[in-house]
Design a protein around this ligand. Structure first.
Ligand SMILES: *[C@@H]1O[C@H](CO)[C@@H](O)[C@H](O)[C@H]1NC(C)=O
Ligand SMILES: *[C@@H]1O[C@H](CO)[C@@H](O)[C@H](O)[C@H]1NC(C)=O
Ligand SMILES: *[C@@H]1O[C@H](CO)[C@@H](O)[C@H](O)[C@H]1NC(C)=O
Ligand SMILES: [Zn+2]
Length: 386
C-alpha cells in the first residue's frame, strides 16, 4: 500500500517566498493536480497530515531558532537584523507571511510518512512538499528553513536500526549529512554537482567522523550529466551501499533541479532518467519515504514528480497530459509530460567517474557490514551539530 501525503491543498497562493524568488511552493499543487487528474489517486491513499508541532521541530532545531521563525515577518525584519543575520534569514531565505506555518506543514507530511512507515501502515510514503535538505540546526540555508528530512529520520530511528538516505537533488544534501555525520545509524549518500556551486560541500573525501566514519558518502559530479552517465554511477553505487549497509528503511530525496533546463541547475537529465532512480530504489522492496526538494523550472518539476508518483504505484503515465487538467496551459509549447534533455556539454569523463566510484567502494569496504546497535530510549543524543 502506498500513502501519498500532500499538504498544500489549501495553500494555493498563500505561501510565497516572493515573486522573483525561484522557490515556488505552487509546484507541489501542480504536481498534485496532475496526479489526481491522471486518476492515480485510485491506487493510493491520499492523506492530509497535521502540521508538525513546535516540539517536533525542536527535536532537531533549537528553540531559539524556531521561536524566531514564528516571529519574523517581512515588515519586522529590519527591527531584528541581528537575529536575521544569526539565523541567516534574508536574501535567499526571506521572511514571508506564514513562514512557520509553511515549515510546519512541509515537515508534518514527512513526519507523518515516517510514522506510518514505522507502524507498517504503508510500504511507501510520499511528500513532494518535503525534502528541504539544506536547513541546519539553527540556520536557514538554500531556501530551506526547517529540515523535515532530519526530523523524519529521527522518527524512523525510533523503530529502525539503520536508515539509508539517498539524495538526487543537484545540490549536496549538506543539512542531512551534517546532522548524522557522527553516527553509523544513518548512512547518507548524495549525488550532486560539485565545484564552485552551492553549498560548496560534498567532497569525495567527506566521509563522516567518529562512529560515523565511512557512513557519509558523496558522489561529486561535474556539469552536464546525462541519463546514461547518471545511471552508470547511481545503480552500482546504490546497489553496493544497500547490500553492504542493509538498511531497513530508505529515505529518497528527489530534488528535481537535477533535470535538464532547470532555472538553477546544470545537469542534462530527462524526466525518464531522473525517474529511473526512483524505479531502481523501489526495486529493493525496502520501505521508503520519498520526498521532493529543489526544482525551479516548475512545469518540469511537476511533470517529473507526477511521473514518479506513477512509477511508485506501478502505473506508467503520459506522454499525453490528462485532458481534464486545468493547469495544462502551463505545459506549453509541448503539452506533454516528458522533460527532454538539452544541449549541454557533459563534463564528466569515464575516467573521472570511475576514480570516484573506486574511492567510494574502497571506503565502503572499510566500514562495518550492517552495523548493529541497541535501540535506546532517546535518539537525540546521537546528533552532534557543529
Ligand atoms: C479527471 O479525470 C480523472 C480520471 O478519470 C479523475 O479521477 C479526476 O477526478 C478528474 N478530474 C477532474 C478535475 O474532473
Ligand atoms: C524544461 O524547462 C526549460 C525551461 O523552460 C525548457 O527549456 C526545457 O525544454 C524544459 N524541458 C522540457 C519541456 O522537456
Ligand atoms: C544530453 O543528453 C542527451 C541524451 O540523454 C544527449 O543526446 C545529448 O547529446 C546530451 N547533450 C550533450 C551536449 O551532451
Ligand atoms: Zn537543489
Amino acid at each position: 500500500m502506498v500513502v501519498i501525503l500532500n499538504i498544500f491543498l489549501d495553500a494555493l497562493g498563500i505561501f510565497t517566498h516572493g515573486t522573483n524568488h525561484p522557490m515556488k511552493p505552487f509546484r507541489v499543487r501542480m504536481t498534485h493536480n496532475l496526479v489526481m487528474n491522471y486518476g492515480l489517486c485510485k491506487k493510493m491513499e491520499i492523506f492530509r497530515p497535521k502540521p508538525s508541532t513546535i516540539d517536533e521541530l525542536t527535536q532537531f532545531h533549537t528553540d531559539d531558532y524556531i521561536n524566531f521563525l514564528g516571529k519574523v515577518t517581512p515588515s519586522n525584519m529590519e527591527t531584528c537584523i541581528k537575529d536575521c543575520t544569526r539565523f541567516n534569514v534574508g536574501d535567499d531565505c526571506p521572511a514571508f507571511d506564514g513562514l512557520l506555518e509553511y515549515c510546519r506543514r512541509a515537515t508534518g507530511g514527512s513526519l507523518e510518512g515516517a510514522a506510518r512507515l514505522n507502524h507498517g501502515l504503508c510500504d511507501i510514503a510520499v511528500n513532494w512538499a518535503g525534502g528541504l535538505h539544506h536547513a541546519k540546526k539553527q540556520e536557514a540555508s538554500g531556501f530551506c528553513y526547517v529540515n523535515d528530512i532530519v526530523v523524519a529520520i529521527l522518527e524512523l530511528l525510533r523503530y529502525h536500526k539503520r536508515v539509508l538516505y539517498i539524495d538526487i537533488d543537484i545540490h549536496h544534501g549538506d543539512g542531512v549529512e551534517e546532522a548524522f555525520y557522527t553516527t553509523d545509524r544513518v548512512m547518507t549518500l548524495s549525488f550532486h554537482n560539485f565545484g564552485e556551486y552551492f553549498p560548496g560541500t560534498g567532497d569525495i573525501h567527506d566521509i563522516g567522523i567518529g562512529k560515523g566514519k565511512y557512513y557519509s558518502v558523496n558522489f561529486p559530479l561535474r556539469e552536464g550529466v546525462d541519463d546514461k552517465t547518471y545511471k552508470s554511477v547511481f545503480e552500482p553505487v546504490v546497489s553496493h551501499v544497500v547490500e553492504w549497509y542493509n538498511p531497513s528503511v530508505i529515505v529518497l530525496q528527489c530534488g528535481a533541479d537535477s533535470l535538464s533546463g532547470d532555472r538553477l541547475g546544470c545537469f542534462n537529465l530527462s524526466s525518464k532518467g531522473h525517474a529511473d532512480c526512483v524505479r531502481f530504489v523501489k526495486k529493493f522492496n525496502i520501505p521508503m519515504l520519498v520526498l521532493g526538494g529543489g526544482g525551479y523550472t516548475i512545469r518540469n518539476v511537476s511533470r517529473a514528480w507526477a511521473y514518479e508518483t506513477g512509477i511508485i504505484i506501478g502505473q506508467e503515465i503520459g506522454p499525453g497530459l490528462p485532458s481534464n487538467n486545468s493547469d495544462n496551459g502551463y505545459f506549453g509549447p509541448e503539452y506533454t509530460l516528458d522533460v527532454h534533455p538539452s544541449n549541454m556539454e557533459n563534463k564528466n569523463t569515464r575516467e573521472y567517474l570511475e576514480k570516484i566510484m573506486i574511492t567510494i567502494f574502497e571506503n565502503l569496504d572499510r566500514s562495518r557490514h550492517a552495523p548493529s546497535v541497541q535501540i535506546q530510549g532517546s535518539v537525540h543524543s546521537l546528533i552532534i551539530i557543529t
